[in-house]
Design a protein around this ligand. Structure first.
Ligand code: NAI
Ligand code: AKG
Length: 417
C-alpha cells in the first residue's frame, strides 16, 4: 500500500475528513476547515554582503481564527512551499484546539537555506519578512514564533522591525523571544519537554517502566535535543540520535548533555566521541527501541518503513512525520502513536504563556511555567486517550475529534454555519 500523496496539505485535509466523518460532523464543518482562510505570498529583496540583491519567497498562512488570533511558527528551509505552510497552519489550528488555547492556527516560512547566509544577511531577510507580513499580523491578530531554523534572535529582530512600523513597542506580536527580551522562561525547553511528558504518560497507561525504556530520537535541534534530555532525566536510556549528518548510537545510552555540548561546538552529531557506532541517518527510525521520537520533518515514517519500526510508543515532536498509510500500519501493529498536535503542543502552550506574560507585563518563574504546561498537556493526553478507547480509533483521530468539536462550536457560536 503506497502513499496516495506525500503533499502535507492533502494529508492534513485527509486527517480532518477522517475525524469529521467519525464525529458525524455537519458537512459545513469540513467545508470551513479544509482550506486556510488566508495565505499571503511575499517577495523579499535582500541586499547580500557582496552588494547584489537577491529576492527570496516567503509565505504566511492563517488557517482559522474562530477560537482567537492565529498562532504558529516561521520556518526557514529550502523545502518550504505554499502547500507545506498551508498544512502547518492547519495543524496549528487543531493543536491549539487540543489544549484549549484561545488561538486558531497560522504558520509562515521562507524558501532559504539559512546556513548559506551571513549573520547580516539573515538579519536583513528576517526584517524584510516581518515588514512584508506586518499588515496581517499583530498581538491580537496573528502571533508568529520559531520553527525549523529560526530562533529567539530572529524573533527579536522581527519584533524590533514590527514595533518600528507601529511606532511603539509590541513584544507580544512574536513569541519564542530571548528571555532577556520579553521571552518566557521554559519556552526553549517546552516542545521537547512536552514530547517527553507524553511518553511518560503513555508508559503509565501501557504499564511500562521508564527506566526499562530504550529511546531513539530523529532530529537533534530545539525539539529533539530537549526531548532526549528530559527522557534521560526521567530515567530512560537514549541509545540512538540522528540529525541531517548521521545517526549516532550507544547501546549503553548516549550522554545527552555531552551530545548537546558537542553539537553546540560542531553543529552536527556526526563524529560524537561518546558514540559506539555511526550509521546512516534514516536507520534511526528502525532501531531496536521501545520509544521513537521523530523530531525532524514531515513524511519520515511511511508505508516503506512502518513495518520495520520496533518501538511501542511514538511521540511526534515533528509536525506531520507520519503518513496516513503508515498510521494504519502502526495502528494494526499495536504501536501507540501520540500525534503531533498533542505531542508537540508544549511549544505553542508556553508561547501562549509568553504572550499572556507580555500582555500583562508580569513574568512567571521557570517552575511555574513548566507546572502549568504539564497540567494542560496531561489533561489533554488523558481526555484523548479516553476518547480513543471509547471510539476504537487511533490517537490521532481521537485528538482531531476532540479539537474539531471545540473549533466547530466556536464557528457555530460566531454564526459561520
Ligand atoms: N521549535 C518548536 O517549538 C516546535 C517545533 N516543531 C516541529 O519540530 C520539528 C523540528 O523543529 P525544531 O527542532 O524547532 O527545528 P531545528 O531547526 O531546531 O532542528 C531540526 C533538526 O532536524 C534535523 N534534520 C533535518 N532533516 C533531517 C533528516 N532527514 N533526518 C534526521 N534529522 C534531520 C536537523 O539536522 C536538526 O537537528 C519540526 O517539524 C517543527 O515544525 C513542533 C512544535 C514546536
Ligand atoms: O510557539 C508557537 O507559537 C508555535 C510553535 C509551532 O510552530 C508549532 O507548534 O508547530
Amino acid at each position: 500500500m503506497a502513499e496516495k500523496t506525500l503533499n502535507p496539505f492533502e494529508i492534513a485535509q485527509q486527517q480532518i475528513k477522517t475525524a469529521c466523518d467519525k464525529l458525524g460532523a455537519e458537512p459545513e464543518v469540513y467545508e470551513l476547515l479544509k482550506e486556510p482562510m488566508r495565505v499571503l505570498e511575499v517577495s523579499l529583496p535582500v541586499r547580500m554582503d557582496d552588494g547584489s540583491i537577491k529576492v527570496f519567497k516567503g509565505f504566511r498562512s492563517q488557517h482559522n481564527d474562530a477560537p482567537g488570533p492565529t498562532k504558529g511558527g516561521i520556518r526557514f528551509h529550502p523545502a518550504v512551499s505554499r502547500d507545506e505552510v498551508k498544512a502547518l497552519s492547519t495543524w496549528m489550528t487543531f493543536k491549539c484546539g487540543v489544549i484549549g488555547l484561545p488561538y486558531g492556527g497560522g504558520k509562515g516560512g521562507i524558501i532559504v537555506d539559512p546556513n548559506e547566509l551571513s549573520e547580516g544577511e539573515l538579519e536583513r531577510l528576517s526584517r524584510a519578512y516581518a515588514r512584508a507580513i506586518a499588515p496581517i499580523i499583530g498581538d491580537r491578530k496573528d502571533i508568529p514564533a520559531p520553527d525549523v531554523n529560526t530562533n529567539g534572535q530572529i524573533m527579536a529582530w522581527m519584533v524590533d522591525e514590527y514595533s518600528k512600523l507601529q511606532g511603539y513597542n509590541v513584544p507580544g506580536v512574536f513569541t519564542g523571544k530571548p528571555v532577556s527580551f520579553g521571552g518566557s522562561l521554559a519556552r526553549t525547553e517546552a516542545t521537547g519537554y512536552g514530547v517527553a511528558i507524553m511518553v511518560r504518560e503513555a508508559a503509565k497507561k501501557l504499564g511500562l517502566n521508564l527506566a526499562d525504556l530504550k529511546v531513539a530520537v530523529q532530529g537533534f535541534g530545539n525539539v529533539g535535543s530537549y526531548a532526549a534530555m528530559y527522557m534521560e532525566e526521567m530515567g530512560a536510556k537514549v541509545i540512538g540520535v540522528s540529525d541531517s549528518s548521521a545517526c549516532v548510537i550507544n547501546e549503553n545510552g548516549l550522554n545527552v548533555k555531552e551530545l548537546i555540548e558537542y553539537v553546540k561546538q560542531n553543529r552536527h552529531v556526526k563524529g560524537f566521541p561518546g558514540a559506539e557506532k555511526e550509521v546512516n541517518r534514516d536507520e534511526v527510525l528502525t532501531l531496536d527501541v521501545d520509544v521513537l521520537l521523530p523530531c525532524a520533518l514531515e513524511n519520515q515514517i511511511t508505508s516503506k518503513n512502518a513495518n520495520d519500526i520496533k518501538a511501542k510508543i511514538i511521540s511526534e515532536g515533528a509536525n506531520g512525520p507520519t503518513t496516513p498509510e503508515a498510521d494504519e500500519i502502526l495502528y494494526n501493529k499495536g504501536v501507540l502513536v501520540i500525534p503531533d498536535i498533542l505531542a508537540n503542543s508544549g511549544g505553542v502552550t508556553v508561547s501562549y504563556f509568553e504572550w499572556v506574560q507580555n500582555l500583562m507585563n508580569y513574568y512567571w518563574s521557570f517552575e511555574e511555567v513548566q507546572e502549568k504546561q504539564e497540567r494542560l498537556m496531561v489533561k489533554a493526553f488523558n481526555e484523548i486517550y479516553e476518547l480513543m478507547e471509547e471510539n476504537k480509533v487511533d490517537m490521532r483521530t481521537a485528538a482531531y475529534m476532540m479539537s474539531i468539536k471545540r473549533i466547530a462550536e466556536a464557528m457555530k457560536l460566531r454564526g459561520w454555519y
